[in-house]
Design a protein. Structure first.
Length: 659
């Protein structure tokens, strides 16, 4: 590693480290103007010019872009360095006499304006100094490339060409990175009380996305589809109706395959100015089936939920078929999660002999049969054949399969992945008790949107006790509810790490981001709030929704239990797929020697234990939420939240609640 010496202090640096970065590591700050950490060095202003000694020769280099490749000594405050910087700043202060950053830098080097008036003198305090930051950040980070230099010399200026104006997404990044305030954002149609406050915290998050997303989540490059290989590695990728958590062919639908198919810089169906831009699209896609067969279309996606639900969970590892299912689900207005999870249930029933071609209108619905899966999708849209049965969802199909085809209803209840009538989204929860609760206790049904706790619970073991799980199952649904109330996206909350994230006992809460949301709210409304205020807003709505569920017949303990497959292995094959793990749990957690037990006996013993654990979790969560043992908000809780309206209280009293 090459060494950098400044003022007799030496450090080793990686080859390619810039002089500016190396000097910063030694505590020496070199003045900059055109450089910013969000962009690549461009070396336009030369204010960072610094004298160095390399190979026994002295020379002047631009510190922001000069890469250290061998041992050097730098002289950031030498007479030669100061003289060069003074000369540059004398010209700049002559041209831009009132720009604060120029005045500040000129003062550091005793630079004064020329006696002659500069022919391009601009006395505005927010004059554009042609640093090029805005052009670079638009190209490198926003990926729009709509700003550019026009002309040379005295005629040089920054412009947005007429043919590119409609591409501006209004993100404000160029205004944020501008060192002089030459760029301003106009047309604040939402009329915020303090737009600068909103922009300050918004650009903080944008900077985090720029700096960390590519190494953490790759949301900007491939969206949520980056999760495929991660879930597969952690045995969390649903395969064959949630029986297994990984598959040898998962690499065929991993994120690197989608990166090659998706396009950047096309409308993605989400908010136009978002820097995360996680929604993706595939242009010039040609379907092989259906009414758009042979046409070029745009696929809005796919997201992870679609890749897993309409891919691995139904045994399909062909990216083109997954994308085609995605396209037609969107075209027909069918939820990809419900379609994928519903079809996974049907495919398992087909392979178990519960269904056959006579029932499925001639479709061979075994796992992996992509073209018959597509035909079923078209049947649903046309209201034909087996599609009319399938389109009613898993809850209704369980009743039909038991009453009309003689299936074992208990088995169907175990393997039909729905709760409160909503199909599960695409995560394996067998080893995460908290996530089991996150799904089954969700008010709207089995949707991970309320509390995605798998990694906190299973991988990182951050919430080991029932009380800690209960706290997480209180906090996270409340925060997610708040996003819904405010019309905000949750991804920027905890899907990227903040720039200066301090050590905390609750890392997934990302305190700096919570602070940011409080500032967004205050900047928009003029009303100051704390994180506790934020949670209180959500508690009122969440408890009101729970009472509404109760009124509709779904708001008690029995409705907060999911299918057993979400808790553990239903079949012998499932147990054997993880036999070492499950045998170890019987021995370590229950003190039972599995050696002399049959697989069926081990499945039964493990089931009893896991169902008991889940009931304990329900108890803890209900206590934390201020609900009765049957999962109904207490009258005292309604009073605390200020929602003890007569008609609300009447509903809970009718269910037997008195306190």
């Amino acid at each position: 590693m090459p060494r950098l010496t400044i003022n007799n202090e030496t450090i080793e640096v990686e080859v390619g480290t810039t002089l500016y970065q190396g000097a910063k590591g030694l505590g020496t700050i070199i003045p900059i103007l055109c450089y910013h950490e969000m962009i690549k060095p461009i070396g336009i202003c030369r204010i960072c010019s610094t004298e160095i000694l390399e190979d026994c020769k002295k020379k002047i280099v631009a510190a922001c872009e000069y890469q250290i490749k061998t041992d050097i000594e730098a002289f950031p405050n030498s007479e030669k360095t100061r003289s060069v910087r003074k000369g540059i700043l004398s010209l700049m202060i002559s041209r831009y006499p009132n720009v604060p950053i120029i005045k500040e830098l000129a003062g550091m080097y005793d630079a004064i304006p020329s006696e002659k008036i500069h022919p391009l003198r601009n006395e505005a305090e927010n004059a554009c100094v042609l640093c090029g930051r805005c052009i670079a950040v638009c190209r490198e980070q926003v990926w729009e490339d709509i700003l550019e230099f026009k002309g040379t010399g005295a005629n040089r200026e920054v412009i947005m060409p007429e043919h590119k104006k409609d591409k501006c997404i209004g993100c404000g990044t160029c205004a944020y990175i501008c060192p002089t305030g030459a760029i301003t954002v106009t047309d604040q149609f939402n009329n915020p009380v303090d737009e600068n406050r909103i922009r300050k915290y918004g650009m903080r998050v944008n900077t985090e996305v720029f700096q960390h997303d590519d190494e953490q989540c790759k949301m900007r490059r491939v969206g949520t589809a980056h999760l495929v290989e991660i879930m597969n590695d952690y045995d969390l990728l649903p395969t064959h109706n949630y029986q297994y958590g990984c598959h040898d062919e998962a690499h065929k639908i991993a994120s690197d395959k989608w990166i090659k198919m998706i396009n950047q810089n096309i409308p993605d169906g989400c908010w136009h100015g978002c820097m995360m831009a996680c929604a993706k699209g595939i242009s010039d896609f040609i379907p092989e089936t259906g009414p758009y067969k042979g046409d070029k279309v745009i696929v809005d996606g796919p997201e992870y939920e679609t890749v897993a639900g309409c891919g691995s969970n139904i045994g399909i590892f062909n990216p083109h078929i997954v994308a085609e299912i995605n396209f037609y689900c969107d075209t027909y207005g069918i939820d990809t999660i419900s379609f994928g999870t519903g079809l996974a249930f049907v495919m398992e029933c087909y392979e178990k002999g519960i269904l056959n071609k006579d029932i499925t209108s001639g479709l061979d619905l075994r796992f992996g049969n992509g073209y018959d899966a597509l035909e079923l999708l078209h049947q649903v849209a046309r209201g034909e054949g087996f599609g009319k049965v399938f389109g009613q969802g898993i809850r209704r199909m369980k009743e039909i399969f038991a009453s009309e085809y003689g299936a074992d209803l208990k088995l169907l209840q175990d393997i039909g992945m729905e709760c409160k009538g909503l199909e599960y989204s695409e995560y394996m929860t067998k080893e995460s008790l908290a996530m089991q609760g996150g799904y089954a206790m969700a008010l709207k049904g089995a949707q991970h949107d309320e509390a995605w706790l798998i990694f906190m619970d299973m991988v990182n073991n951050q919430i080991p006790t029932f009380e800690m799980k209960a706290e997480a199952l209180h906090y996270f649904p409340m925060f997610r509810t708040w996003f819904g109330l405010m019309g905000l996206c949750k991804l920027l909350w905890n899907d990227i790490e903040p720039i200066d994230n301090a050590e905390t006992s609750e890392p997934a809460k990302v305190p700096k981001h919570v602070e940011g949301y409080c500032n967004y709210y205050a900047g928009m409304t003029g009303k100051e709030i704390t994180p506790d205020d934020l949670i209180l807003m959500s508690e009122r709505v969440y408890n009101y929704q729970r009472v509404f569920n109760l009124r509709m017949g779904y708001g008690t303990r029995e409705h907060d239990r999911g299918p057993y497959r979400s808790m553990g292995p239903v079949t012998k094959e499932e147990y054997l797929s993880r036999q070492k793990r499950y045998d170890g749990q019987l021995k370590e957690k229950l003190g039972i020697d599995p050696t002399n037990l049959s697989t069926e006996e081990k499945v039964s013993v493990l089931r009893k234990y896991r169902e008991e654990q889940y009931e304990h979790l329900l108890d803890a969560v209900y206590i934390r939420r201020g609900w009765t043992n049957d999962g109904i908000p207490k009258i005292s809780t309604l009073k605390r939240l200020g929602i003890d309206l007569p008609e609300v209280v009447d509903v809970v009293r009718a269910a037997g609640v008195t306190e």
